[in-house]
Write a protein that binds this ligand. Structure first.
Ligand code: G3I
Length: 353
């Protein structure tokens, strides 16, 4: 039995016939199965690739959600104090609307990818308060009704569970104690688009550990005080080594038991690769297992509402550029051919072991 991404083709040898093949054709894709399961299956994208036919057609065929990999971040979208560059992210929204896909927004408050006018400037906490308020209101306002969920704050905790010292928190900060700036950002986003789902998003906080404990405590506090937080984003930049599945499941459960959603927002599974970026078949199989396990884990929890990979083709993954000797992290190879990881995701979405 073999699978093709768009056409599911089951070929079998029939008794009494030398060679007979029966192909049952059905329009099966990650997207169609995700639709059937009632979840979002998305990919991070860059609009500069939309003109590439294979990129655009695989994206539209396989995914029911997109998220800008960079285009909505503070630096790209707000390059000068009074200038907003919405065009690249607008192109992503237009692509999504043309193909009936949902859009996640990423990200309003982060310590990375800030514009030079912000990193090079000197601001008082009062000034930064106004800058951040204006930024959130302008960006969320521009996409109100178009972006269904936002990563409002990204990566605000250190691995030991302390708050990261950033321009928005303490250095110099917007003038609010502790996680006060996160709470304030959520309130500004909610006031601007009350229908958007608001997420806190982080990495290496998938299982139960010091960082996820701190995020959970914050979420619990926010829920108890009615702060508008709808969910936690688990980035899931992982490798092919066996994952702590019981710990991830337990962490998801404690979050969703608060009434929050969980979304897997940036899944990729990096592999050791050779000089031409190729991984061995054994590594690709190990990777497929990890993808299958993570997708199955999300599907087990009814409040895990989206799974998104950080890109979809190895051609444009961030991994080789940031992790020397690693790559091949996504479900399609650099020529847009489905990898074992793709088939594993399909079977997890179908509920097959
Ligand atoms: O667009 C400019 C281009 O004009 C310039 O010529 C070129 C020269 O370096 O840089 C281009 O910008 C790069 C940008 O990606 C777009 O390609 C930046 O240098 C580069 O730093 C940036 O990297 C992004 C990274 O975030 C920044 O921290 C990656 O693409 C993106 O995948 C990555 O995404 C993050 C998530 O937002 C948060 N979680 C972790 C994840 C991986 O780091």
């Amino acid at each position: 039995m073999r699978h093709h991404p768009a056409i599911d083709c089951f070929c079998m040898r029939l008794p009494f016939l030398a060679v007979a093949a029966v192909c049952i054709l059905s329009a099966q894709s990650l997207r169609s199965l995700a639709d059937e399961r009632g979840i979002h299956f998305g990919a991070a994208v860059a609009p500069s690739h939309f003109s590439e036919t294979a990129y655009a057609s695989v994206l539209a065929r396989e995914f029911n959600q997109v998220e800008p990999e960079n285009a909505m971040k503070f630096g790209p979208i707000h390059p000068a104090p009074d200038t907003y560059n919405f065009a690249p992210a607008d192109a992503i929204v237009a692509f999504a609307q043309a193909h009936g896909m949902a859009v996640r927004g990423h990200t309003l408050v982060w310590h990375n990818q800030r514009p030079a006018w912000l990193t090079g400037g000197t601001f008082t906490p009062d000034q930064l308060f106004s800058i951040l308020q204006d930024h959130i209101k302008k960006v969320v306002g521009h996409y109100a009704g178009k972006v269904y969920a936002w990563d409002v704050v990204n990566e605000a905790f250190e691995s030991d569970g302390t708050l990261r010292k950033t321009m928005w928190s303490h250095a110099p900060g917007i003038g609010l104690e502790g996680a006060g700036y996160i709470e304030q950002a959520l309130k500004w986003a909610h006031d601007t688009d009350p229908k958007a789902l608001l997420f806190y998003n982080d990495f290496s906080a998938e299982t139960v550990n010091q960082k996820s404990d701190a995020i959970f405590k914050m979420a619990e506090d926010f829920k108890s005080r009615g702060v508008p937080l709808d969910g936690i984003g688990m980035q899931m930049h992982i490798s092919s080594k066996p994952q702590p599945l019981p710990g991830i499941e337990a962490n998801m459960k404690r979050i969703t038991d608060l009434g929050l959603q969980v979304q897997i927002t940036e899944l990729d599974v990096k592999l050791p690769v050779d000089a031409s970026g190729e991984a061995t078949p054994a590594w690709l199989e190990a990777q497929a297992k990890v993808y299958r396990d993570i997708v199955a884990l999300c599907l087990k929890n009814p409040r895990c509402t989206a799974i998104q990979t950080w890109g979809f083709t190895d051609k444009y993954s961030w991994i080789p550029g940031s992790s020397k000797g690693n790559g091949a992290a996504l479900e399609f190879d650099a020529a847009y051919q489905p990898k074992p990881a793709y088939t594993a995701i399909l079977s997890a979405l179908e509920g097959r072991p």
